[in-house]
Design a protein around this ligand. Structure first.
Ligand code: BG6
Length: 454
């Protein structure tokens, strides 16, 4: 049986632990019966070990992983992780493989990192941080510098669960294992790329965080840029952390807002009162905790360019929004049309479209064939495959890397800084009021005058 990894969860009493982290752990333990984990929960609440056990049981049950609770040794310690003395008491005597998971708001994680010293940390300890990683490029750089004083980069795990999504990982197989696609994957053959992640969900009581972040920071700055990086990277020789992360970082370093014009290359909007799936939603600005003066967007779109030999000139449009009906969640790769269609073959010969849908996972290729009725008239045909859900939740996939001490699917420090650099000009342009904030009714497909991205 494998040696147990100790997972110390800072913020074990919070929403992130019970909603995402613990269900993912349960699923992972179910799929890997030899894996052993010891959980030490810490939080400011006066919980007992029995309280945490109950939460672990409920979270495991939520992911049909009840049976695995027997294999986890659980304990709870009350602690203020921004205090050096509490951290010292919590970490004293821990050995073997240890991961410290900061399931706490970013300001608390930063304060805890300031309170930690290298001497308190067990050898080889992994530090696991959630998004948002800093609130701008400078903040991310300062946090990286602090982390580098504590442990080597390979022991820092910046979580982005989109890197664990099966569709993101499907890009690797589709791109690199098919002669049919691999030579076409560049500006020579590709016209444009859209990466869209629209949601039916509204604010869900998260105003405290979301009203300061907005859709651009919440989704595009982190998740969708990571997907762009995997989609656009040069082929790495191996998928080990050094090769994979260098390839994705290189893409991010080359990424700029289209035409260096954040005003013309971005849009923003927020929802007004409406209904999603028959459930009424108030206007975003009337949601509890929202300050309308912040002008926070709930739908953001921005077009980027990857300025390198492979991609220069190809628009990559990233979009994500909340409270939308029939939400699109997909990567859409539009190929160029052929240069010439033989005279005598009529109908349109638009370029092929390859779509990767993100949940339910599906891949489809739309292309031109001769029509069934008249073989000299072109018709559109679609080949598609349902891929089924990945075996593991995206969070469980990322957690599995952490417990294996493999940071491949975690964001490297320089990439975290680049992601802020990439969106900064858009944030500035919006802050200066250069891009009007449009409105759309909750439950609609977005502002009527926005071009449909599908
Ligand atoms: C989170 C965002 O990181 O990702 C949420 O903060 C968003 O606003 C979520 O809803 C989307 O990811 P998933 O995998 O839950 O659809």
């Amino acid at each position: 049986m494998d040696a147990a990894t100790t997972l110390v969860i800072f913020g074990a009493t919070g929403d992130l632990a019970s909603r995402l982290l613990l269900p993912a752990l349960g699923q992972l333990l179910t799929s890997e019966p030899d894996r052993r984990v010891r959980v030490i929960g810490a939080g400011t609440e006066a919980w007992s070990t029995a309280d945490l056990q109950k939460v672990v049981h409920a979270s495991f049950a939520a992911s049909d992983a009840d049976a695995s609770t027997d294999r986890v040794d659980i304990s709870y310690q009350q602690a203020d992780i921004t205090k050096a003395s509490d951290l010292e008491a919590l970490l004293r005597g821990l050995d073997g493989q240890v991961a410290l998971y900061f399931a706490v708001p970013p300001a608390v994680a930063a304060a805890a990192c300031d309170a930690l010293t290298p001497e308190m940390l067990p050898d080889g300890v992994m530090l696991v941080l959630e998004k948002p990683f800093g609130t701008n490029e400078e903040g991310a750089r300062a946090l990286n510098a602090r982390l580098a004083e504590l442990v080597p980069e390979k022991q820092v795990f910046r979580v982005d669960h989109f890197l664990g999504k099966s569709t993101t990982l499907n890009l690797l197989g589709a791109r690199f294992a098919n002669r049919l696609l691999e030579p076409l994957w560049s500006a020579e053959s590709i016209e444009s790329i859209d990466i869209v992640y629209d949601e039916k969900l509204g604010l869900e009581g998260r105003a405290g965080y979301y009203d300061r972040a907005g859709a651009l920071v919440d989704m595009i700055q982190s998740h969708l840029l990571q997907v762009l990086a995997v989609l656009a990277m040069e082929q790495p020789a191996t998928l080990d952390e050094a090769d994979f992360r260098e390839a994705t970082s290189a893409v991010l370093r080359a990424t700029r807002i289209m035409d260096d014009d954040p005003t013309a290359s971005s849009r923003r909007a927020r929802y007004t009162a409406g209904a999603v799936d028959g459930v009424d939603k108030p206007s975003y600005v009337d949601e509890p905790g929202v300050d309308p003066k912040r002008d926070t967007e709930t739908l953001a779109e921005a077009t980027f360019e990857v300025r390198n030999a492979r991609w220069a000139g190809v628009p990559f449009t990233l979009r994500s929004g909340k409270a939308l009906s029939d939400p699109a969640r997909e990567i859409v790769v539009r190929f160029k049309a052929v240069r010439h269609v033989p005279a005598g073959l009529t109908g349109t010969a638009e370029g092929a479209i390859l779509r990767f849908s993100l949940g339910p996972d599906r891949i489809s290729l739309e292309f031109n064939l001769n029509g069934a009725d008249d073989p000299f008239v072109l018709e559109r045909a679609t080949l598609s495959a349902d891929l089924g859900p990945g075996e593991l939740l995206a969070y469980a996939e990322v957690l599995s890397g952490i417990l294996d001490a493999d940071p491949t699917l975690s964001v490297r420090g320089d990439a975290a800084e680049q992601c802020w650099r990439i969106v900064q000009s858009v944030l500035d342009s919006w802050a200066h009021g250069e891009v009007p904030i449009d409105e759309y009714q909750a439950g609609s497909g977005g502002p009527e005058h926005w071009p449909r991205i599908r």
